[in-house]
Design a protein. Structure first.
Length: 546
């Protein structure tokens, strides 16, 4: 049966009609004529009839505007649907649940941690803001969580363990270490060894003291030496998967952190042999000796300082030899400005000189622009150049007069577009250069981590909660990198801003009327459908009963 409008003369009538089969034909029979449409509309007679009929349907809920007792609430469903699946498949939920078996928390710690991680992914606000943020999102089993629950969950992650076997000299072994190890071993069957381990550090400053021991003044990569800070290190494998994060007091020097990290990675994750790839800030003579010690025998690819190491300036860069062009494996078309490499040996030490011809042209043009500007400023006197570091390295001061130092200009030209790597591996020069370029994915990871950590000022005042707070950001990074990996496997490449916007646009509206509940899903727009497909999550139906 169905309703139709039948015109008769100058009026239209609302009828209820039934389709009936008579032999091989289908005929329509008018069951009832409800009335003239103009009169029904004038008296508001259609809506009460529909509402009355809806009471006898188990599958239909109709909401009529202006009627009391009808409620509607919309929530964003995309973020939790996607990242709950990744959270589950990475094994994070199981790991945390297993660690909580012997604990007697009166709230769901795993849900508090997931809520915090999801919040970091989509807003990067403080934990205080998370409590209000969650009201607009559909997230399972977080209704009864309060701010103090999230603080206690942070403290649980940063809690010091009784067993301090694999602790570094800078920080104790904590619950978060167990989470990292269990997550690693849960996916260990996917590969047998870590061929490469990328390591880099960054600093995060505090507005306040920064806990009891973590907040210290040191070399600030944020250019805030006046504030206490902490140092965060990240270890990532050659597939771009974050393995673990390290947290130290802010006065810990990079050159002192590498050896403890190398030893700790090998011990914690039961890895016999791997190659460490790190930036030039990690190099010191002591670090080199310890890496090459027969007891450790760690293969490495490390960036070297061009301007500060005499051996590199004097011997490495002056060696003659032809450069070889380097192309990433699987590249179909040649780059018009490919990376070039040259191998140099000095006193049984192996160096790889890398040359980016495009960057070399830029460096030369930038320097030439400075020299041309200097020629005008030298005539104006020394006062015009005070405080300009870019100018000072090209100047010669003699008895109060300033001239352009052409020898310095010539020396600086030797560094155009170049960087030097030091390695003890058996890899070819081309492979060494490409592996070092992959270190940039760690730098990208740190940029992501810092955007996720845009929560300053950090309100936590205890070391445990600070460690837990930072580790939740690391978990958020792990979820995002896993999503990137799955999208890449599906042949998709989207901006993170677009992914966030389109996932948040997917909403469900819950309508309640006379004891009946129905949800209506919004349209899936932008890249949202591709993300669901890549992760293997089914998009909820447009309309469903509750």
């Amino acid at each position: 049966m169905f309703a139709r409008v039948k015109k008769s003369g100058k009026y239209q009538y609302l009828q209820i009609v039934e389709n009936r089969r008579e032999g091989s034909k289908v005929v329509q029979r008018v069951i009832a004529t409800v009335g003239r449409m103009d009169q029904l509309n004038a008296k508001g007679g259609v809506e009460p009839l529909i509402r009355s009929l809806a009471r006898y349907s188990e599958k239909v809920l109709l909401v009529l505007s202006g009627k009391k007792g009808v409620s509607a609430q919309s929530k964003k469903i995309g973020p939790a649907l996607i990242f709950e699946r990744i959270w589950e498949e990475l094994g994070v939920r199981k790991v945390i649940k297993d660690l909580l078996k012997e604990r007697k928390f009166e709230f769901d710690v795993e849900r508090a941690i997931f809520l915090t991680v999801l919040h970091r992914l989509f807003v990067s606000g403080s934990d205080r803001a998370c409590e209000k943020w969650r009201r607009d999102y559909e997230i399972a089993n977080v209704e009864n969580l309060s701010l103090h629950h999230m603080y206690r969950a942070m403290a649980f992650l940063g809690e010091k363990l009784t067993d301090q076997k694999d602790a570094t000299p800078f920080t104790p072994r904590c619950t978060k270490d167990l989470v990292e190890e269990d997550m690693f071993f849960a996916r260990r069957d996917l590969f047998t060894e870590l061929d490469l381990v990328f390591f880099d550090t960054t600093s995060i400053y505090f507005e306040g003291a920064g806990g009891e021991t973590i907040g210290k003044k040191g070399h600030s990569k944020d250019h805030r030496p006046d504030l206490n800070q902490m140092v965060v290190g990240a270890v990532i494998d050659d597939n771009g998967k974050p393995i673990c994060c390290e947290m130290w007091p802010g006065n810990t020097a990079d050159v002192k952190s590498m050896i403890p990290v190398v030893d700790r990675v090998r011990s914690r994750f039961a890895i016999k042999r791997f190659c460490i790839v790190a930036d030039r800030g990690m190099i010191s003579n002591d670090t080199m000796q310890q890496l090459e010690d027969p007891v450790r025998n760690i293969p490495y690819i490390l960036g070297a300082r061009l301007r500060k190491v005499n051996e590199i300036k004097r011997d490495v860069l002056s060696r003659t030899g032809r450069y070889k062009e380097v192309y990433p494996e699987g590249t179909k078309s040649k780059d018009p400005a490919p990376l070039k490499v040259k191998e140099v040996w000095v006193d049984n030490k192996r160096y790889i000189i890398c040359l980016n011809t495009k960057q070399a042209r830029k460096d030369e043009a930038d320097r030439q622009a400075i020299i041309e500007s200097l020629q005008d400023r030298v005539k104006a006197g020394p006062k015009s150049m005070i405080g300009n570091k870019g100018y000072r390295k090209y100047l010669k001061v003699t008895r109060g007069s300033i001239t352009i130092d052409h020898e310095k200009v010539k020396t600086e030209a030797r560094f155009d577009g170049k960087w030097v790597l030091k390695t003890n591996t058996d890899l070819s020069a081309e492979q060494v250069a490409l592996k070092y370029k992959e270190l940039w994915q760690v730098e990208h990871a740190f940029r992501d981590l810092k955007s996720i950590l845009e929560t300053r000022p950090i309100f936590h005042q205890r070391d445990e909660t600070i460690r837990g707070h930072v580790f939740c950001s690391f978990l958020a990074l792990a979820l995002r990198k896993e999503l990137d990996r799955r999208l890449e496997q599906a042949g998709q490449n989207f901006e993170w801003a677009d992914i966030k916007q389109d996932l948040k646009a997917l909403q469900e509206t819950l309508i309640e009327d006379d004891g009946k509940r129905l949800t209506i899903r919004s349209k899936c727009v932008g890249v949202c459908g591709n993300v669901f497909q890549a992760v293997g999550v089914a998009i909820p139906p447009t309309i469903r009963e509750m």
